[in-house]
Write a protein that binds this ligand. Structure first.
Ligand code: HEC
Length: 112
C-alpha cells in the first residue's frame, strides 16, 4: 500500500499549502447565509428584506455610504437596532475572517 499512502500525504500537503481553498466561495456563502434577507441579487426584495428595510446594494448611493471596515464589523459582530433587538446576527462563528472579507468584495460587485 505504498502508493495510496504517498498520495494521501501529497493531498494533505496540498491542502496545507492552498490553505483557504477549502473555504466556501463568497457567492456560496452569500446564497446560503445572506440571500434570505439581502436577496441573491443584493436588492433585498425579499420578505424579510422589505420588512427590515434593508438597503439595495445595487444602488451606487448606498454603496458610497458603506465603509469596508464597518461592513466587516457588522458581518462579524452582527447589527442591533435602536431598541437593542438583533437585526442581523453575528457570523463570526460561521465564517472565517477571510470569508467575511471576500463577502465584502462580493457585495461591492452588486453596484450597477
Ligand atoms: C436576518 C436577515 C439578515 C441576514 C440573514 C443577513 N443580513 Fe445583513 N443586514 C440585515 C439588516 C436588517 C441590516 C441593516 C439594514 C441595512 O443596513 O440595510 C443588514 C446590514 C448589512 C450590511 C451593512 C452594514 C453597514 O455597515 O451598514 C452588510 C455589509 C450586511 N448586512 C452583510 C450581510 C452578509 C454578508 C450576510 C451573510 C453572511 C448578511 N448580511 C446576512 C439583515 C440580514
Amino acid at each position: 500500500m505504498k502508493i495510496p499512502t504517498k498520495l494521501a500525504l501529497a493531498a494533505a500537503a496540498l491542502a496545507l499549502i492552498s490553505g483557504g481553498a477549502y473555504a466556501a466561495s463568497a457567492s456560496d456563502n452569500w446564497d446560503n447565509s445572506c440571500a434570505s434577507c439581502h436577496g441573491s441579487d443584493g436588492k433585498a426584495q425579499t420578505k424579510t428584506g422589505k420588512k427590515l428595510k434593508i438597503k439595495d446594494y445595487t444602488d451606487a448611493a448606498v454603496q458610497a455610504q458603506l465603509k469596508d471596515d464597518e461592513m466587516i464589523k457588522s458581518i462579524t459582530e452582527g447589527i442591533k437596532g435602536d431598541n437593542g433587538k438583533e437585526k442581523m446576527k453575528s457570523f463570526k462563528d460561521e465564517l472565517s475572517a477571510d470569508e467575511i472579507k471576500d463577502l465584502v468584495g462580493f457585495i461591492r460587485k452588486f453596484k450597477a
